[in-house]
Design a protein around this ligand. Structure first.
Ligand SMILES: Nc1ncnc2c1ncn2[C@@H]1O[C@H](COP(=O)(O)OP(=O)(O)OP(=O)(O)O)[C@@H](O)[C@H]1O
Ligand SMILES: [Mg+2]
Length: 387
């Protein structure tokens, strides 16, 4: 007969085992439930996020109490309300606005100044005047207009004249415009800030004008500085009508450029050099007196200049015997400086392919043919593209 004690302990065992099975079997369900609930909540929130429409980034132009004029990215301006929860804003701030009624919701916390160094090419070039073949008149002129005022401003004060603020280099591609600009930056130990017109209007839509402004501010800080604007025609082309928002945008950037050119003083230690292959389409406003009013034409090199350019680019090459530079140069009639350089590089490659370290006449002849073919093919492409 079981004692009372024994039966008690048996009951306890049973209860324990029930408790155990209960807790082991119920806990996973509870846990699962909790996880599912959390997941659903998270997905709901996520779903809400997907449903909210994005806010547009705009610039505050002017404030009128509880209202403000904002400029939306395509350039149009609106008078809109400012929501109550919005921090204090001032003109020039970037704000987020609701897309439908353009109410200003809040200020963009970062004061977005451009990190100029990220947008433009800044360097201290090491090109010397000796690296430029031919172009002696052009070198002379750029020295007078850019180098002299930077190095000897007092001379101009004494004589009582103001030097031009900038120059425009124009002419065929590959004739040494960039080279000249870099050489003058090097000779004056100036910071060389390069902007490319087409990039300015394509990459930084809505920001071009602002960027131009900040580039000039930056240039003044880094003075002496040379602001080199390549492909100026992309920015400063004559426009028959300013219709689309893209054109308005280019126009604004251009206006800012003119304002900057007008804004600094001729002896400010900042010089502007523009370059273009298409002077014919330039808006005359940019070459008006007081702006880029010195025009320097860079032509395709003549025979003498070709000789000098050829000499520069073959300086470190080893020639085999029997190379007549004169006859090679005659064959390169009509070549630009860049093409002459290409000939030298190609000739070097032909030598490398035949395991030689010296370059022969045949290498050069083949290279000249190759560059001529390429030029022809390019011309053909152009015809096919533009008719
Ligand atoms: N007069 C020159 N003397 C020596 N090298 C030259 C000369 N002209 C061009 N070159 C060579 O060709 C290269 C391209 O020249 P550069 O970039 O100055 O041409 P560009 O006139 O600015 O052309 P683009 O209008 O296409 O910008 C130079 O890096 C240089 O090696
Ligand atoms: Mg160039």
């Amino acid at each position: 007969m079981p004692t009372k004690e024994a039966s008690k302990s048996k009951d306890k065992n049973i209860i324990d085992s029930i408790m155990y099975t209960y807790s082991t079997s119920s806990n996973p369900h509870e846990e699962e439930n909790r996880i599912l609930k959390e997941t659903i909540n998270r997905l709901k929130e996520e779903n809400e996020r997907f449903k909210t429409s994005p806010l547009m980034v705009c610039e505050v132009k002017e404030l009128f109490g509880k209202q403000s004029i904002i400029r939306i990215p395509n350039g149009n301006q609106f008078l809109v309300n400012i929501s109550d929860g919005c921090d204090k804003i001032k003109s020039g701030d970037l704000v987020l606005v609701e897309q439908k009624n353009l109410t200003v919701i809040r200020k963009v916390p970062i004061t977005r100044r451009f990190n100029i160094e990220k947008y433009v090419i800044i360097e201290k070039p090491t090109i010397s005047w000796h690296d430029i073949g031919g172009l002696s008149n052009q070198v002379q002129e750029i020295k007078e207009v850019v180098e002299l005022p930077l190095l000897k401003p007092e001379l101009f004060k004494k004589v009582g004249i103001t030097p031009p603020k900038g120059v425009l280099l124009y002419g065929e591609p590959g004739t040494g415009k960039t080279l000249l600009a870099k050489a003058v930056a090097a000779s004056t130990n100036s910071t060389f800030i390069e902007i490319v017109g087409s990039e300015l209007v394509q990459k930084f839509i809505g920001e071009g004008a602002k960027l131009v402004k900040e580039i000039f501010e930056f240039a003044r800080k880094k003075a002496p500085a040379i602001v080199f604007i390549d492909e100026l025609d992309a920015l400063a082309a004559k426009r028959i009508e300013v219709g689309t928002s893209g054109e308005r945008e280019v126009n604004r950037t251009f206006m800012q450029l003119l304002a900057e050119l007008d804004g600094f003083k001729p002896l400010d230690n900042v010089k502007v050099i523009g370059a273009t292959n298409r002077k014919d389409i330039l808006d005359p406003a940019v070459i008006r007196p007081g702006r880029l009013d010195r025009l320097i034409y860079i032509s395709i090199p003549n025979k003498e200049s070709r000789k000098e350019i050829f000499k520069i680019h073959t300086k470190r090459m080893t020639f085999s015997k029997g190379i007549n530079a004169e006859s090679l140069i005659t064959r390169m009639e009509g070549f630009s400086g860049a093409e002459i350089k290409a000939v030298c590089t190609e000739a070097g490659y032909f030598a490398i392919r035949s395991n030689r370290s010296h370059v022969t006449k045949e290498d050069f002849l083949k290279a000249i043919d190759k560059v001529k073919q390429e030029e022809k093919a390019e011309g053909q492409d152009h015809v096919e593209m533009f008719g």
